[in-house]
Structures are given as structure tokens and as C-alpha cells.
Design a binder for this molecule. Structure first.
Ligand SMILES: Nc1ncnc2c1ncn2[C@@H]1O[C@H](COP(=O)(O)OP(=O)(O)OP(=O)(O)O)[C@@H](O)[C@H]1O
Length: 559
């Protein structure tokens, strides 16, 4: 009896010291994370209050039953909400607030860690008791346990792989839905609604199947753990009986041993349940952290800036060779050389796929060349601050401008967030957009549909020009800026562009040769190199590829 009470007291002491220790640490962990990552506040018992209009980057949490919140409400929640996080099952990142995602994962891991630590300390405490009661019987248990733990680890790694595949499948099905909804007009135009629905259903079914397999795997794992633990109990009774018969143990000690080993069993069972949750949670979290830890190959900030008053806007492409990272063997630019003198308009023309847009992409530093260097006013652009380069130096207008589902005012201000209303109006006037904007009942406050669908192609393009002009860029890149427009819209947009290009270095990439005849220099590209260069009149006189292109376009125009 004395042995039993001593052992129970010891295990109680060990358990409580460890439990308090783990709680203190976990709570601090959550608090520290919530304070440093976002402005959400931390309530009691692991609840998090999100202030108004906070975007939440994760859905599909398992919430405690008291505070059930639909996952779909989360990204849109408009009032303060209190969420009680218990564990993460599946997470889907929405393109919004990475910081919140981090906190939530952190909170979940901490809560699981608390439960796990409690079970572990309980197990350790009980093992101390077991040892005090019967070292021999405990030794036997200790020999068997590592084999079980090893088998558990093997099954665990298999389950983690299953969980990862299930997560990837969920991402795939979400991607199918996202593409179909994002391109809903094309889907409708080809009457492909049914097919897209089937494709989505197929992908969702696959992800359900994989999740079911994972669930079954976890259930089997938990069942096997229970069987193994029961076998240990039976083995203990058998070995205990043998020890009693040889007078090495009293029946009371065996009872005490069984009671303590039952506690170990319960703790191990709860560890195995937690393990199941952790398998799902950590592999979902791994996907989040995988994205969080991605380092951009081209850093966004850092590097030099050229003061505005001394920025001339001269660009040199020197001996550039380039292949896209996804197709390393396919050479797009081959020792390409070109100079854009300050305040001059240079046009690049040539056959489709010749690498014209790639030249613009290298100037914007969407990619760095494989070899060679792009210079701005004699400085390698890799040494310049990318945010400054894209945000203040280069204005980019392409064939299909992307506008946002916000007001026209906000869309134009996207080019310079601190711009005043007067600056927005001025940019719109320069872009030939002011008149049509003010003809709308809500004027500049007119809210555009998603991706600007409520404007015509020409109107969208003029808003995009205003958005590029508001930052008063020294360099303007026009990549097929008018090629998607009909003749009348093209005329209006071209007028806007003629106005916008004055006093700037301009790189025009064009298919319609009629739009670049006034350029200071026209370069004809073929196979990643410039094979002809000169003014319109000079090139016509040479009778080369440029003449061919003009002839072909005229013939097409006559058809
Ligand atoms: N992101 C990419 N990854 C891999 N290859 C690409 C990528 N973008 C373009 N390419 C390839 O690079 C080559 C040049 O493309 P680019 O868009 O620069 O040509 P282009 O002369 O502007 O054509 P177009 O006049 O038809 O717009 C093409 O063969 C194209 O398939």
C-alpha cells in the first residue's frame, strides 16, 4: 500500500510539474505569434477575435462545436468574430493574408502540443510508478514498446504521404473550379458548362476518395494501436501471474501495476488520436509553410535608385541570351542587342513567337537573362531596386489589360496609390478616358465588374493607359496595346497613346505595322535576333522582311 501511494504521489507530482510547464509555454507561443503577425486579438481559452473586415487566409478548420462558423463565411466576415480553434484538418490558402494563416497554424500546433505534452507527461509519470512497483514487469513492457513505436512510425510516414496526396488533389479540384469561374465567358461561349462541371465533379470525387482512404488509414492505425495496447495488458497479466507464483510480486502490486498501465494505455491512445490529427494538420501546414518560405528568385526591394531629375531613360540590351526556366533548351533570345535612346520611340516587329514580348519581360525584370545584361542609364538593372523600377520608372500596357472589380477611380489610382483626385482626372484626360468616364451616371465612382467586364475593350485599354500614366513613367512599354481593338477603338486609343508617349522612352511591340510607322527606329526580329533596323522609309527601301510583312498585312486587309 505504501509503495502504491508513494508511486501515485510521484507520478502526480511529475505529471503536474510537466503539465503546468507545457501550458505556460504554449500560451506564450500563441500570444507572441498573434501580436507580431496581425492585429487580431487573443481571447481566453485559445479564442481569437478578428477585427472588422480582417481577411482570413485559411478555411476548413475544425471548430469547436460551441462556435461553429461556416468555412465559407470566413474570407468575407464583416464583424468581429470569435473563433475557437481546436485543430486543423484541411487548409486552403486564399490569396490574401499570409500572416493570419501563420498564426492559425501556430495556434493549432501549440494547442495540439499542449494535449500531446499532457499525454506524454502522464505516460512518463506512470512509467515511474510502474518501475517502482515492479522493475521486471516494467522492463518487459519497455522491451515491447519500441517495436510498437517503430511500427507506428512506419505507418505514420505512409499516412503522411497519403495526406499530402489528398491535399494536392484538393488543390487541383479548387484550381479546376477557379479556372472555370475565371473564364466563365469562354466556357459559356463554347457551351462547355456541363463538361467543366463533370471535370470538377471528377476531381472532387477523387479528392473525397483520397480523403476517405486517409480516414480509413488513420482508423486502421488507431485500431491497431488499441489491439497492440490490449495485447500488452494481457501480456502483463500473464507475466504478473508468473511473478506472483514465484513470490516476486504480490497480487496488490499487480493490481496497482494494471491500474497505472491502464493510464498509460489511455494516454497512448490519446497520443495516437492526436497523431492522426497532426498527420492531417502538419501536411496541410507543410503546404502553407512551403509557400511562406518560398524566396523570390528576383528580390522585390533593395538595390539602387536613380534620382528622378537625373533619370534619362536610356535602355541597353547587351548581348542577351535567354531561355524560359520551364524550357531551358529552347533559346528565345540569342545574343540580342538593342538600344532605346532617351525620349525616342523604338518599335519591335516580327513573326509571331519571335521573342518580342520576351524583350519587354526582361526589361520589366519578370525574368533575368541567361547571359548578357540589361542596362538603365548605364546601370545593370539587377543592381536597381525592383519596386522602384516597376512602380515608378516603367509603365507597362499590354493587349489585355486586367482591371479590378473596384471603382474606376481606384483602378487608375492603382498606378500611384497616393495620387490625388486631380492627378487621377489628369491621367484620365491624357489617356482619352475622361469623357467616357464622366458620361457614366456614377462617373469615376462607377464600380467595374470583376476584371473590368463592364467596360468595352477600348474603354478598358484607356483606363489601363491612365493607370500607367499616373505614375509619370520615364519608360513606356506598349505590348500589342491596340491589337485587340476594332478600327474605331484603335483610333481613339492610338490618339491617347500618341499623347502619352511624348517625352518618354517608348518600346512598342506591334503586329499592326500601320501603328508604328512614325517610330524613330523599327527593329525586325527573327529567331531571337534583330535582323533589320531603320525607319519605316529606310526599311521599305531595303525590300527585306519588313517589306514582306507589310505586303502580307495589306493582302490580308484586302481579303
Ligand atoms: N512563360 C513562358 N514559358 C515558356 N516559354 C514561353 C513563355 N512565354 C513565351 N514562351 C515562348 O517564347 C517564345 C517567344 O514568345 P514571345 O511571347 O516573346 O513571342 P512574340 O514574338 O511576342 O509572339 P507574339 O507576336 O505572338 O506575341 C515562344 O516560342 C513562346 O512559346
Amino acid at each position: 500500500m505504501k509503495t502504491l501511494s508513494t508511486s501515485l504521489f510521484t507520478s502526480f507530482l511529475v505529471f503536474n510539474i510537466c503539465r503546468n510547464f507545457s501550458f505556460t509555454n504554449a500560451t506564450h507561443g500563441v500570444r507572441a505569434a498573434s501580436c507580431c503577425q496581425t492585429n487580431c486579438c487573443h481571447g481566453p481559452h485559445g479564442n481569437f477575435s478578428f477585427p472588422q473586415r480582417t481577411k482570413i487566409g485559411i478555411c476548413n478548420f475544425v471548430f469547436s462545436k460551441k462556435h461553429e462558423v461556416s468555412a465559407h463565411d470566413l474570407p468575407l466576415c464583416s464583424g468581429p468574430r470569435t473563433l475557437s480553434l481546436t485543430s486543423v484538418h484541411q487548409m486552403m490558402l486564399l490569396p490574401c493574408n499570409w500572416g493570419t494563416a501563420y498564426i492559425s497554424v501556430e495556434a493549432t500546433i501549440s494547442r495540439n502540443a499542449v494535449q500531446g505534452l499532457r499525454s506524454i507527461t502522464q505516460t512518463v509519470g506512470c512509467f515511474v510508478s510502474l518501475y517502482i512497483i515492479s522493475p521486471k514487469l516494467t522492463g518487459l513492457t519497455v522491451v515491447v514498446l519500441p517495436c510498437l513505436v517503430g511500427a507506428g512510425a512506419l505507418i505514420g510516414s505512409f499516412l503522411r504521404r497519403l495526406s499530402r496526396l489528398a491535399q494536392e488533389q484538393v488543390a487541383k479540384s479548387t484550381g479546376v473550379a477557379d479556372e472555370a469561374l475565371g473564364n466563365v465567358r469562354t466556357v459559356k461561349a463554347f457551351a462547355m458548362e456541363e463538361r467543366e462541371l463533370q471535370l470538377y465533379a471528377y476531381e472532387v470525387e477523387k479528392s473525397c476518395e483520397m480523403n476517405e482512404n486517409l480516414g480509413t488509414g488513420i482508423a486502421v492505425f488507431q485500431g491497431l494501436s488499441n489491439i497492440a495496447l490490449n495485447c500488452i495488458v494481457l501480456g502483463t497479466i500473464f507475466a504478473g501471474g508468473t511473478l506472483i507464483s514465484s513470490n516476486e510480486m504480490s497480487p496488490g502490486d499487480l493490481m496497482s501495476f494494471l491500474v497505472a498501465s491502464q493510464t498509460v494505455q489511455r494516454s497512448l491512445a490519446s497520443i495516437s488520436i492526436l497523431f492522426g490529427q497532426m498527420v492531417r494538420g502538419t501536411s496541410a501546414g507543410a503546404r502553407v509553410f512551403e509557400y511562406l518560405s518560398l524566396k523570390p528568385t528576383i528580390p522585390l526591394s533593395g538595390g539602387g535608385r536613380i534620382p528622378y531629375h537625373s533619370l534619362a531613360g536610356r535602355v541597353d540590351f547587351l548581348n542577351i541570351s535567354f531561355s524560359y526556366p520551364t524550357r531551358p533548351g529552347h533559346i528565345i533570345l540569342d545574343r540580342f542587342n538593342l538600344t532605346l535612346p532617351p525620349s525616342k520611340t523604338i518599335a519591335i516587329v516580327g513573326e509571331s513567337g519571335g521573342g518580342k514580348s520576351t524583350v519587354a519581360a526582361l526589361l520589366e525584370r519578370f525574368y533575368d537573362p541567361t547571359s548578357g545584361v540589361v542596362m538603365l542609364d548605364g546601370l545593370d538593372i539587377r543592381t536597381l531596386d525592383l519596386c522602384w523600377l516597376r512602380g515608378q520608372v516603367i509603365g507597362f500596357i499590354n493587349q489585355e489589360p486586367v482591371l479590378f472589380g473596384a471603382s474606376i477611380m481606384e483602378n487608375i489610382r492603382f498606378g500611384k496609390p497616393e495620387a490625388t483626385d486631380a492627378e487621377v482626372f489628369e491621367a484620365a484626360k491624357q489617356a482619352n478616358a475622361h469623357r467616357f468616364i464622366t458620361s457614366f451616371p456614377d462617373g469615376y465612382n462607377t464600380v467595374l465588374g470583376e476584371r473590368g467586364v463592364t467596360l468595352s475593350g477600348g474603354q478598358k485599354q484607356r483606363v489601363a493607359i491612365a493607370r500607367a500614366l499616373i505614375k509619370n513613367p520615364s519608360i513606356l512599354v506598349l505590348d500589342e496595346a491596340t491589337s485587340a481593338l476594332d478600327a474605331e477603338s484603335e483610333r481613339v486609343v492610338q490618339e491617347a497613346l500618341d499623347l502619352a508617349t511624348r517625352g518618354r522612352t517608348v518600346l512598342i511591340i506591334a503586329h499592326r505595322l500601320s501603328t508604328i510607322q512614325a517610330a524613330d527606329l523599327i527593329c525586325v526580329m527573327s529567331n531571337g535576333r534583330i535582323i533589320e533596323a531603320g525607319t519605316h522609309t529606310e526599311l521599305l527601301g531595303r525590300g527585306g522582311l519588313y517589306c514582306d510583312l507589310i505586303r502580307r498585312q495589306r493582302a490580308e486587309g484586302r481579303k
